[in-house]
Design a protein around this ligand. Structure first.
Ligand SMILES: *Cc1c(COP(=O)(O)O)cnc(C)c1O
Length: 414
């Protein structure tokens, strides 16, 4: 995280010490850096400066309104996957004309919602969805702007749960069936063909899958053009990875140069849907050590954050760096960092050599993406507070849930 700093032996986000955040807002708490968010967006935007492009932040990575606000102010568009995300973008002041609507199971209500708002494009994933959208558009006297998500059948070489571009995945329409579906779409009165899109997976650290998929995609665009179906934009989705541990992430300049070479002489606008790359490194999860249970076989540090706050280790066996907010020297040992949830899968980090005492604060790094967004109330745990640091100022952008809120929508029997 670019905005993580050490001052007087203690960890800070921008110029606010994490100890101060914990004292004011408690733990567990997500802490985001506005400077890191803005730097990540600008790096992406500037890498593609040579191409006409639209960045649509994929908000499923982190949909906090303040984060959407930061990106909207920088001119970002948004990639949404539900009516709820659509509503969030509007609530955060995002421009509906820069929204792409992805997802394999959009409901009729969600399609109507997108049409009413006048979004940039529906990324349609099946023939049936196209029919639904056409019917809804016809009924309301509107024309729906459409891109077809095609499945390029390339291996993104990432975790199977976040690999989405293989033939056997549930996403998109089969590559060979796409031309026929475009022909059908061209004949529908409620549909305006605008583009084509792919999204091959997440936490991708190699350029080759992108090269392969983009090359195939552009061949398809040319085949369609030869039939008179001309596309205005090409959407390459998201998926660019970050460094959690020892990965070597793709350099954005290399990615952009590779895409620019493939786009030479073309007129289509490029659309990109980065999620993790824009927010992952811009947040930490701040947690406090509740109990230490040293043992001859394994030693456990029980912290107040858990798998309901950060699911990635339990779900993908993901690695997050753990840093003491104020490091100490005495007696390091190998700790299992675990939460209070009643599951053996409730671990945040395994086998970390740290010197710890009860009451210490720990920062779990790279927790800006797919952390709060995937959090739950499992074990009736209120969701964590969220704080956005801007220079020397702390903004509470998500207050801690209360226990009362957990069951406020439930009722007892009459
Ligand atoms: C999840 C998703 C993204 C963002 O993926 P990242 O790996 O976070 O960049 C982009 N587009 C679609 C369609 C997605 O489902």
């Amino acid at each position: 995280m670019t905005a993580l700093a050490e001052r007087e032996g203690a960890l800070c986000v921008e110029s606010v010490s994490l100890a101060e955040v914990a004292a004011r807002y408690g733990t567990p708490c997500f802490v985001y850096s506005r400077a890191a968010l803005a730097a990540a967006y600008r790096e992406f935007d500037e890498a593609f400066a040579g191409l006409r492009h639209l960045i649509c932040y994929a908000l499923k990575a982190n949909s906090n309104l303040a984060i959407l606000d930061v990106f909207a102010r920088l001119g970002s568009g948004f990639d949404v996957v539900s009516g709820g995300e659509l509503a969030r973008v509007i609530a955060a002041g995002g421009d509906p004309r820069k929204i792409v609507f992805s997802g394999v199971g959009k409901s009729d209500d969600e399609l109507s919602q997108g049409l009413e708002l006048g979004i940039f494009c529906f990324n349609v994933e099946s023939a049936s969805e196209l029919e639904h959208l056409n019917r809804i558009a016809d009924r309301s006297g509107k024309v729906a702007p459409v891109s077809l998500r095609v499945n390029p059948d390339v291996d993104a070489r990432t975790h199977p749960y976040i690999s989405t571009g293989l033939k056997q995945s549930k996403f998109g329409v089969a590559f060979d069936e796409a031309p026929e579906l475009y022909r059908r779409a061209a004949a529908l009165s409620g549909i305006a063909i605008r583009g084509i899109d792919i999204h091959i997976g997440s936490q991708i650290t190699a350029l080759e899958p992108y090269r392969e998929a983009t090359t195939k995609l552009l061949e398809l665009v040319d085949t369609l053009a030869a039939e008179g179906i001309r596309l205005e934009h090409v959407d390459l989705g998201g998926g660019i990875g970050i460094r959690y541990h020892d990965e070597t992430p793709v350099a954005l300049a290399d990615y952009a140069a590779m895409i620019a070479a493939l786009f030479r002489g073309r007129t289509e606008m490029l659309v990109l849907e980065p999620g993790r790359r824009l927010t992952g490194d811009a947040g930490v999860l701040l947690t406090r050590v509740s109990y230490l249970k040293p043992g001859p076989e394994r030693s456990f540090a029980v912290v107040d954050a858990a798998m309901n706050d950060l699911l990635r280790p339990a779900l993908y066996d993901a690695w997050h760096e753990v840093r003491p907010v104020r490091p100490r020297n005495e007696g390091p040992r190998i700790w299992q960092i675990v939460g209070p949830v009643c599951e053996s899968a409730d671990f945040l980090a395994r086998d970390r050599e740290l010197a710890l005492a009860e009451g210490d604060l720990l920062a779990i790094l790279s927790a800006g993406a797919y952390a709060m967004a995937m959090s739950s109330n499992y074990n009736s745990r209120p969701r964590a507070a969220e704080v956005l640091v801007d220079g020397g100022t702390m903004h509470l952008v998500g207050r801690r849930e209360t226990v009362g809120e957990l069951f406020a929508r439930e009722s007892r029997l009459p």
